[in-house]
Write a protein that binds this ligand. Structure first.
Ligand code: SAM
Length: 122
């Protein structure tokens, strides 16, 4: 199976101007843990997870740009799911934005999506 077979659309993303408090609401209301931060063209700039929100609380930071991870590990829609699992384990992360050739965010694939897929075939 390829990433494109299980990708969920539309992607839930946010701009860098979102506050930490708003970002935390987006995570909770959508029951997600990975929020790609995009520029005006919806291209990937960074990523925020609940771990980063906890970091913002611990360090009293209120700007997303101060807490987002800028070196984003991403996948393309044509990659096999196994490659995504390898990237997650190699980088100690549990989700990857899926981006097209222009780095536009198409969706997110999480470890939960992969475990559901494996569970479906067991
Ligand atoms: N293992 C846990 C997890 O998977 O969520 C937490 C540890 S992980 C090192 C937490 C950090 O990884 C956060 O600062 C988050 O921004 C970052 N992160 C999560 N997904 C990422 C991705 N696809 N690319 C780069 N960094 C990512």
């Amino acid at each position: 199976k390829l990433v494109r077979d299980i990708i969920k659309r539309p992607p839930i993303v946010a701009k860098q101007t979102i506050s930490v408090s708003e970002a935390s609401k987006v995570l909770i209301e959508n029951n997600i843990n990975h929020l790609p931060i995009v520029d005006e063209n919806d291209c990937i700039m960074g990523i925020i997870t609940s771990w980063d929100i906890a970091k913002a609380m611990a360090q009293s930071k209120s700007a997303i740009s101060d807490i987002m991870t800028r070196y984003v590990v991403w996948a393309s829609p044509d990659e096999p799911i196994e490659m995504v699992a390898k990237k997650m384990s190699a980088n100690n992360i549990s989700g990857l934005p899926i981006v097209d050739n222009n780095k536009k965010v198409l969706g997110v694939i999480s470890a939960e999506d992969i475990s559901k897929l494996i569970g479906h075939y067991m």
